[in-house]
Design a binder for this molecule. Structure first.
Ligand code: G1P
Length: 293
């Protein structure tokens, strides 16, 4: 029997400089789409996929994240007293079991690969998921759940994949694919942030991974890669070259790049329109300004 994937790493140590001045005092992951912080979308997706252990790789200034996942008994009591049951329920959905979350500090900003490596002692010898909360994916069946189901058949390593514009390859890990079978891509190599002229394809890695523990061993030995950082892509590529499998998974759903302002605003509109209580008002407003755009 293949090991079930029950642990996920959430790298949340980034400074979020693109969102300054907001991120001067608010962690980027606490910024809200409609009324829920980015990190809540990531946690919900993980839970839907069967994740029960959550590891946050944090840095200085991320204390608000720990508070967010703490119980708020006074607030709960107040809402209960006032009969605000819907708000109480929304609040209680954020509660996490004691001991289900661990926080690890990344002491130096050495890259995504290094951030994941910082969690190595909590992972042990089991496969694990990595979720980048900046990549918000709206889907009928949550993206990681789609991947966990596919992974149950394939094993190995799996990364979410999506086509991007050729001139955007330098923002992503890019896959070199040997063959395709439905949603599954058989990856033969991968490279972090190649120039468009050097990219092996326009199939990009999106921030959902299911990885074998061997990737953590590879991270141990890695030199700095693209951008002078220790890259997760390079550690997965090393696993491939050591003879283990990597699959790309073309997920069903729409991905928003909430690491960029434009992507964040697009996600805000999309998630706003998806809310029955907001839809009419918001759609009316968008229609009213659209002719002038
Ligand atoms: C990271 C990964 C990259 C991946 C991307 C997806 O890059 O290093 O391989 O394609 O996330 O969003 P970052 O966006 O952190 O620069």
């Amino acid at each position: 029997m293949r090991n079930k994937v029950t642990t996920a790493i959430f790298p949340v140590a980034g400074m979020g400089t693109r969102f300054l001045p907001a991120t001067k005092s608010v962690p980027k992951e606490i910024m809200t789409l409609v009324d829920r912080p980015l990190i809540q979308y990531a946690i919900d997706e993980a839970r839907a996929a069967g994740i029960t252990e959550f590891i946050f790789v944090t840095s200085r200034g991320k204390g608000a994240l720990e508070d967010y996942f703490d119980l708020a008994p006074n607030l709960e009591e107040e809402l209960r007293r006032k009969g605000k049951d819907d708000l109480l329920e929304a609040l209680q959905q954020t509660n996490m079991d004691s001991g289900a979350i661990a926080y690890v500090r990344q002491h130096k900003a050495l890259g995504l690969g290094h951030a994941v490596w910082c969690a190595r002692r909590l992972i042990g010898d089991k496969p694990f998921a990595v979720i980048l909360p900046d990549d918000v994916i709206s889907a009928e069946k949550p993206c990681l759940q789609q991947m966990v189901e596919a992974y149950a058949e394939t094993g190995g390593n799996m990364v979410a994949a999506m086509e991007v514009a050729q001139d955007k390859t330098s923002s992503y890990g890019i896959l070199d694919v040997a063959s395709e079978n439905g949603n599954l891509l058989d990856v033969k190599s991968m490279v972090e942030k190649p120039k468009a002229s050097e990219a092996p394809s326009n199939l990009a890695v999106i921030g959902r991974y299911i990885l074998a523990p061997s990737v953590l061993h590879n991270l141990e030995k890695l030199e700095k890669g693209a951008g002078g950082e220790i890259q997760l892509t390079d550690a997965i590529a090393a696993d491939l070259h050591q003879g283990r499998k990597v699959h790309g998974y073309r997920f069903a759903g729409q991905r928003f790049d909430c690491g960029s302002k434009s992507g964040f605003l697009q996600a805000t509109v999309a998630y706003g329109l998806a809310r029955p209580e907001l839809r009419e008002d918001l759609a009316g407003y968008i229609k009213s300004i659209a002719p002038g755009l």
